[in-house]
Design a protein around this ligand. Structure first.
Ligand code: EPZ
Length: 418
């Protein structure tokens, strides 16, 4: 297992280039399976997850390749009609393959993704909607077996019982080739969903969105076009919280603040200063960090669950009975025991953690447990006195492109170790 070693405390000073969004890239790369043709998807971050998705698509018979942040589709025809467990269990996002593939091919088999460290991560919302679209779904031996009963999927008028990013993406992709007009209500509206819609519309889809209602007029086929993926707002938010935690000053390049409006207002109330330097370049600084009473994670445009672990770390030395409540996932606090190893004073009750500031944090041996939790350990390590060793950093490599190089450029003494 690879580790990183970080010497703290440190004040972040320098420049960070924000990479393309992982959570926009994955569905967009998958959506190319909806149509023949070729295209180039640029600004795709070079991550474990994006490289992994390329291998899944190649395993399915797609002629695709990925280098220098460009995902090239030469021929997206799928030969093999089954996505195996060895792949799907390592990247749950692959479940959104089901919608586009079953829209184009009559049969497809995909392993049930299984749970992960932040929760059961069900797929009932995906399967219920596909059944309404005329897909026969059976679960056998840990696999979902999907069979389209008619020549085309049915267009549906459907309200998701719960807001889900993946289910919204899966079904809107399937509906692009359905027979007629589909209306989806109670949809997720994250910037990553909008980027997918923009890509599909550039390929000839007919998708419109108003509040949480997405309307899709089915077409007979799409024509792939080139696309540049939006910047990663979660990576940007993670580095901003690191600047606040270390009272540093960093220029973020390729950052889109409109994708983080709600959190940025909170961070500015805590002492963050933002200055526009040039197009998509901003100077972020924080001289004195103030506490905050309450954070509730919500679906976009509310406070992102993907920045929950990181703000807890940032508050470890300033929180005054600060309370962070996780409302999206049922078990997204596995970083709490790890943060306590730095000497943090954290009380966890049900879905709320209460942070009481401590005067000092000390370097420790800790373990990464999921993509975003692992960045909270990096933040704590940069605040702590002494040496921190973070184990299982493949979690970081799944979601943060070149994080060690980017931090080194900002003055952090960080080394990878086998
Ligand atoms: C996406 O996951 C993101 N992943 C997650 O980011 C993000 O945390 C999440 O959306 C919420 O914003 C990608 O985009 C690849 P959901 P997704 O469906 O689509 C429950 C990261 O670190 N649910 O919106 O899987 C589910 O269990 C990752 O980049 C069902 O119950 O999230 C959760 O409690 C982590 N049944 C809630 O809904 C379903 O059929 C929201 O999940 C689907 C979801």
């Amino acid at each position: 297992m690879q580790k990183v070693i970080i010497e703290g405390p440190v004040t972040l000073k320098g420049e960070v280039n924000i990479s393309g969004s992982k959570n926009a890239s994955l569905p967009i790369m998958i959506s190319t399976a909806l149509s023949k043709g070729s295209c180039l998807i640029s600004n795709v971050p070079n991550l474990r997850d994006t490289r992994f998705l390329v291998s899944i698509l190649q395993d399915l018979g797609c002629k695709v390749d990925f280098q220098k942040n460009i995902f090239a589709v030469h021929n997206s025809s799928i030969k093999k009609k089954s996505a195996d467990y060895e792949y799907v269990r390592q990247m749950r996002a692959s479940i959104v393959l089901l919608g586009p593939v079953i829209a184009r091919y009559p049969k497809f088999k995909i392993a049930l993704p299984g749970g992960c460290s932040i929760g059961t991560r069900g797929i009932d919302l995906h399967l219920e909607a596909l059944k309404l679209m005329g897909v026969k779904i059976s679960i056998r031996g840990g696999y979902v077996i999907a069979e389209r009963k008619n020549k085309q999927l049915n267009a549906i008028n459907h309200k998701f019982p719960k807001i889900s990013v993946g289910a919204t993406q899966n079904i809107l992709m399937a509906a692009t080739l359905a027979n007629g007009k589909t209306v989806l209500k109670n949809c997720a509206i994250e910037p990553e969903v909008i980027d997918l819609i923009n890509f599909l519309n550039s390929c000839g889809a007919k998708i419109s969105i108003k509040n949480r209602i997405i309307t899709i007029l089915g077409v007979t086929e799409l024509e792939l076009q080139n696309h540049e993926v939006i910047p990663d707002r979660v990576e940007a938010g993670s580095y901003i919280l690191a600047v606040m935690a270390t009272k540093g000053k960093v220029i973020l390049k390729d950052f889109e603040p409109t994708h983080l409006e709600f959190p940025l207002n909170i961070y500015q109330s805590m002492g963050l200063k933002i200055k526009k330097v040039s197009n998509r370049s901003y100077e972020l600084s924080c001289r004195n960090l103030k506490t905050i009473k309450k954070i509730n994670t919500r679906e976009y445009p509310g406070y992102p669950t993907d920045l929950q672990a990181q703000i807890i770390a940032t508050l470890l030395k300033t929180g005054i009975k600060s309370r962070v409540t996780e409302n999206i996932f049922e078990n997204r606090f596995i970083h709490i025991p790890e943060l306590r190893r730095f000497g943090a004073d954290l009380k966890l009750k049900d879905k709320t953690v209460e942070i009481q500031k401590v005067s000092e944090l000390y370097g420790a041996e800790v373990m990464a447990t999921d993509i975003r939790a692992s960045f909270s350990l990096i933040i704590a390590a940069m605040m702590a006195k002494g040496t921190t060793t973070i184990d299982r950093i493949y979690h970081l490599d799944r979601g943060y492109e070149d994080f060690d190089l980017k931090l080194k450029k900002c003055g952090v003494n960080i080394k990878r170790k086998k």
